[in-house]
Design a protein around this ligand. Structure first.
Ligand code: NAD
Length: 323
């Protein structure tokens, strides 16, 4: 018997949504039913480019699809995702899951009640350099993450913590597998009226410390996570998709007999984390398995991000100049 194709649509086909369209078009067993956007010019352009049907409202595709990617601005995530899940459609929602925990919980409950997949687009978890780093973890003590972008006018409906740092929060929370005990954070606005540069230090219940810096007003792109552990220093470059590991080839027997540093490097240049994320979502919907980045993961990252934002806001209010 011929297997039915999975019917999908992409809602919000701006910068990122167009990439989702491209990836779905390349998956066998998937039928792209259409694309949805409230911008008439954009929807005309994208539907023409990818030979698919245009829709101006997400409600118009209900009943025609089994699953959707949701790549609308964050402020609209909750409202649109709720409508879609209520009608029994699986959702891959872009990050951050929502603006607040109440809305995230509401989506999680709806997905659970309806038996639907709710996956969050924290795409770096599909980055092979990050996957390899996780496989090499062995009692880490300290983690350092840097995520720097050139300024663009996209994503500025949220601050840099929800825009960029949330990727590293998700990776680190997944690696550490412990509750955050303390958060110390600072931030400042540079171009927008929200925080554009932020630094956070997280202390986990198990003693691991993570230091994260994110900037969307940098003069270069940098996406790097380093893990320091007794047997190795591991560095995952998410931008170039490269993993570098430095190990000592023995123990020091005295200052005149020091061990050598042995560096190793592996590049995954031809990988495509977004294609893997979307293929994984399709697989989870078809097989009924658990998403690699679940709604619960998205909520956990949001919870810590909101704690960081709160610290930044309180710190800014409490600060009194001494000059
Ligand atoms: P964008 O502004 O380029 O695109 C958003 C599109 O959504 C626009 O075309 C807009 O017209 C459309 N839209 C707005 N409201 C809509 C609605 N109710 N129904 C249908 N369409 C609607 O933004 P973007 O940069 O593509 O970001 C979109 C989402 O993707 C955001 O949540 C953002 O955080 C996320 N994002 C994730 C990553 C990542 O690395 N995972 C990277 C960039 C953006």
């Amino acid at each position: 018997m011929k297997k039915e194709k999975l019917r999908v649509a992409v809602i919000g086909v701006g910068h990122l949504g167009e990439y989702h369209v491209q990836k779905y078009k390349n998956i066998p067993g998937v039928e792209l039913v259409g694309v949805v956007d409230i911008n008439p010019d954009r929807i005309r352009e994208i539907s023409k480019r990818y030979h698919t049907r245009p829709f101006g409202n997400h409600k118009d595709i209900l009943g025609m699809v089994d699953a959707v990617s949701l790549a609308v601005p964050t402020e609209t995530h909750f409202r649109v995702a709720r409508d879609i899940l209520s009608e029994g459609v699986h959702v891959l929602i872009e990050k951050p899951i929502t603006y607040n925990l109440e809305d995230a919980d509401s989506l999680l409950n709806l997905a659970r009640e309806k038996g639907l997949v709710l996956q969050v687009g924290l795409v770096e978890r599909f980055n092979p350099a990050v996957v390899k780093m996780e496989a090499l973890l062995n009692r880490p003590t300290y983690i350092e993450a840097h995520r720097m972008n050139l300024f663009t006018a996209r994503g500025i409906d949220v601050d840099v913590v929800l825009d960029l740092m949330i990727h590293d929060l998700d990776i680190i929370l997944h690696m550490v597998q412990a509750e955050v005990k303390e958060v110390h954070a600072v931030g400042m606005s540079v171009i927008t009226d929200k925080t554009d540069v932020a630094n956070a230090r997280l202390i986990f219940e198990n003693g691991i410390v993570a230091n994260l810096t994110a900037s969307r007003v940098s003069n270069k792109t940098l996406r790097k996570i380093q893990v320091f552990q007794p047997d190795a220093q591991i560095s995952a470059d998410c931008h170039t998709r490269t993993i570098s590991v430095v190990r000592l080839n023995g123990k020091a027997k005295g200052l005149s007999d020091l061990p050598q540093f042995i560096p190793e490097e592996e590049k995954f240049s031809s990988s495509d984390p977004l294609a893997d994320e979307i293929a994984s979502f399709v697989g989870v919907v078809q097989n009924g398995s658990t998403p690699m980045v679940s709604g619960q993961d998205g909520r956990r990252a949001l919870n810590v991000a909101l704690g960081i934002i709160d610290q930044i806001e309180r710190g800014n209010k409490n600060f009194k100049s001494i000059s």
